[in-house]
Design a protein around this ligand. Structure first.
Ligand SMILES: [Fe+2]
Ligand SMILES: [Fe+2]
Length: 206
């Protein structure tokens, strides 16, 4: 992930320089958090829902709401999730679907599937939000990532501990799965960058 950091930082600096685009970016993060939340709900049987999983659903919905609030404070047109009020809406959904399909192809139990997909997403989210919080801290924006980072960090710890205890091949498997996620991330960030570049007014040629 480290080698992707300068590129992601540059993307963030470009995005936050314009309130309209920044609002759409925040709305995209809200959408991703909502998808993450919905994914957990769909993967669980209602009657067997544990305290921990219910807490996880609650926190992911909270993240979606937090990003939505920030998005709407910069760009009031972000009240819903549309292609115009987000960045790379379809590519974002595809990122999740591809992770799901990939993990499902290993024919593990539904609990292992849930934990692996969540582990991959939490790894990416923790990385991305840490960089985003640094970029925001160096800007005039007042958004605080403290609570969000703490919760994502906790989710990642829980998933890692559970996978370590339940998959005897975790240390080998995680490298393979993280590599796949990294490829999917690169496709996704390219979509985001292309969309932002296409909408940035180009300087007039002399
Ligand atoms: Fe989250
Ligand atoms: Fe999370």
């Amino acid at each position: 992930m480290k080698d992707s950091t300068p590129n992601f930082k540059k993307f963030l600096i470009d995005v936050i320089s314009n309130d309209g685009a920044h609002g759409r970016w925040l709305n995209t993060l809200s959408f991703m958090e909502y998808l993450g939340c919905r994914k957990i709900v769909k993967s669980q049987h209602s009657l067997g829902l544990s305290y921990k999983i219910l807490e996880h659903i609650h926190e992911e919905a909270g993240h979606a709401l937090l990003f939505k609030k920030w998005a709407m404070s910069l760009n009031p047109k972000t009240y819903s999730y549309t292609t115009k009020s987000t960045i790379g809406l379809e590519a974002s959904e595809e990122y999740f679907q591809n992770l799901d399909r990939y993990i499902e192809s290993f024919k593990m139990s539904s609990l292992l599937n849930y934990c692996y997909v969540t582990y991959l997403v939490e790894m990416r989210a923790t990385w991305a939000y840490q960089i985003y919080s640094q970029v925001i801290a160096a800007s005039a924006h007042q958004f605080s990532f403290k609570g969000l980072l703490k919760e994502e960090d906790q989710h990642l710890k829980e998933m890692t501990q559970w996978l370590e205890a339940n998959d005897p091949n975790f240390s080998k498997n995680k490298i393979k799965h993280l590599n796949f996620e990294n490829e999917q991330y690169k496709i996704l960030i390219k979509h985001y960058q292309n969309e932002i570049q296409a909408q940035t007014p180009q300087p007039l040629s002399p």
